[in-house]
Design a protein around this ligand. Sequence first.
Ligand code: XMP
Length: 325
Amino acid sequence: MSIVRPDSMERITTKALADAFIEEQVAAVRAQVGDKKVLLALSGGVDSSVVAALLIKAIGKQLVCVHVNHGLMRKGESEQVIEVFGKELDANLIYVDATDRFLDLLAGVSEPEKKRKIIGGEFIKVFDEESSKLEGISFLAQGTIYPDILESDGVKAHHNVGGLPEDMEMELVEPVALLYKDEVRVVGEALGLPHAMVYRQPFPGPGLGVRCLGAITRDRLAALREADAILREEFDKNGLAGKVWQYFIAVPDVKSVGVRDGKRYEGWPAIIRAVNTSDAMTATIEEIPYALLHHITDRITHEVEGINRVLYDLTPKPIGTIEWE
Ligand code: XMP
């Protein structure tokens, strides 16, 4: 293990502690980087967003953020990255819409591990292509956090789609590498990032790609994205968003018969998953009130093209994993 958190380091739980940490890191980054340029893959997840905000504070336009939209983001997420970083924080942001590249490569591929490999591999390719167009980049910033270092024996390596090639010959800038997730969030809020961005639920690197089960098609992916947005909106409105650890929709590659406007209507089922856990190793099911389940079912089946049933997955982990693939 290369970096060790000193025992004396106080847990960052308050704005005052976060501000002190930010001040210290701003000075450290400036000392490390000087007047050179730093590159960051900005996924819009908590860790890379907090690193971006911290580096913008420290070195402004010397930071170049690259956001690759792989077409598997949740509804509104890439837009939020552009809004917050491109507009509000006036960052040097390169936005790459690589949706077609990813979806073309994934067409017809149903094997989950193969899908993950394609998504991870293509991500590196796109990021590499973008960075090779840039001149004078000396550093690579990463949103590594302390649990990544503790777990670097493989688990996260396989999970992290944003994993970058080791042969990128750049010195690393990792300002939150000693922090736990809860501390990263406190620092993010102190930096002025939106609450929803800093407290968002975990989202797998391969994104909706592992929730559009089997071979991904654009129409089923679009249905999944809309249904997921409705679930998130209803969880927000009903006070569940801050309470439930992870919640999402999965849409299998199966159609059933239904009826809409007096006519036969074939569609896919939307499967709701809503789980609580502390470490994602085991998980229990959130008891969503029945009235809310009815309301969500009603909205999804009426508002989302292609969905004609809503199911609620009651399987804890084990025996089910949290994701479906
Ligand atoms: P499972 O499905 O293994 O998921 O119970 C445990 C946690 O890990 C997340 N997960 C992933 N995260 N890339 C990621 O970055 C992945 O390929 C991946 N697969 C699962 C999952 O969302 C849950 O929080």
